[in-house]
Design a protein around this ligand. Structure first.
Ligand code: ADP
Ligand code: ZN
Length: 207
């Protein structure tokens, strides 16, 4: 079994693609964004610590995220990391407790991610994700699965998206070169439909 990380700008589709790839290849899907949002929703100590950073579009401090990931994956095999590592320090920390075999980079332009995040709506109740343009809910503004009212993720507001993208360029993009140098990088064009992107990723990772 192999350990894989998914890299790409906010809005690249990491969550959607990771869920499909993990199901198909029987990997354990760990989304640091989802874990952090859950901690915030439950009002835990970690959630309180993380909330302000997330609302501003900043990264949660490396040592916090590293501890959170370590606790969940140390010693496991067949892990798919989604949204982690996001800094060189996280990559170096991770290498101390989990070897990565491949890193998939979902390449998507800034214009495309700004468009996608502006149109994203989520169901706070069941976690379903929609896009007003490409995957609209059937009944205006309500979740297809559970009927709850859909909302915009607070960090999908335009000014926060702009900040997230800047932080991505500054802190996370250097990881592309970092993993390319290690010969682990697989670049996939993420500006296509989720079906096509997911099947490309699955093909690239299949043993
Ligand atoms: P996106 O990839 O679209 O920005 P995520 O759901 O992955 O969205 O992450 C949402 C927020 O959670 C980030 O903006 C950041 O504040 C925090 N976060 C998630 N993963 C990490 C990480 N590896 N390191 C630091 N902060 C993180
Ligand atoms: Zn729902």
């Amino acid at each position: 079994m192999r350990n894989v990380a998914l890299l790409g700008p906010p809005g690249a589709g990491k969550g959607t693609i990771a869920a499909r790839v993990a199901a198909e290849l029987h990997l354990l899907h760990l989304s640091t964004g989802d874990v952090l949002r859950d901690e915030v929703a439950r009002g835990t100590e970690l959630g309180h610590l993380a909330q302000g950073f997330m609302e501003r579009g900043e990264l949660v401090p490396d040592h916090v995220v590293l501890a959170m990931v370590r606790e969940r994956v140390e010693g496991r095999e067949g892990v798919l990391l989604d949204g982690f590592p996001r800094t060189l320090a996280q990559a170096e920390g991770l290498a101390q407790f989990l070897p990565l075999h491949a890193v998939v980079y979902l390449a998507v332009s800034k214009d495309e991610v700004v468009r996608r995040l502006g149109n994203r709506r989520v169901c706070a109740s069941c976690g379903a994700v929609y896009n007003l343009v490409t995957q609209p809910p059937k009944a205006g503004g309500r979740c297809d699965r559970c009927g709850e009212k859909l909302a915009q993720r607070p960090d999908d507001a335009a000014d926060v998206v702009a900040r997230r993208y800047e932080v991505y360029e500054r802190d996370s993009r250097p990881l592309v070169e970092h993993y390319a140098q290690q010969g682990k990088l697989i670049t996939v064009d993420g500006a296509r439909s989720p079906d096509v992107v997911a099947s490309d990723v699955i093909e690239a990772l299949r043993p």
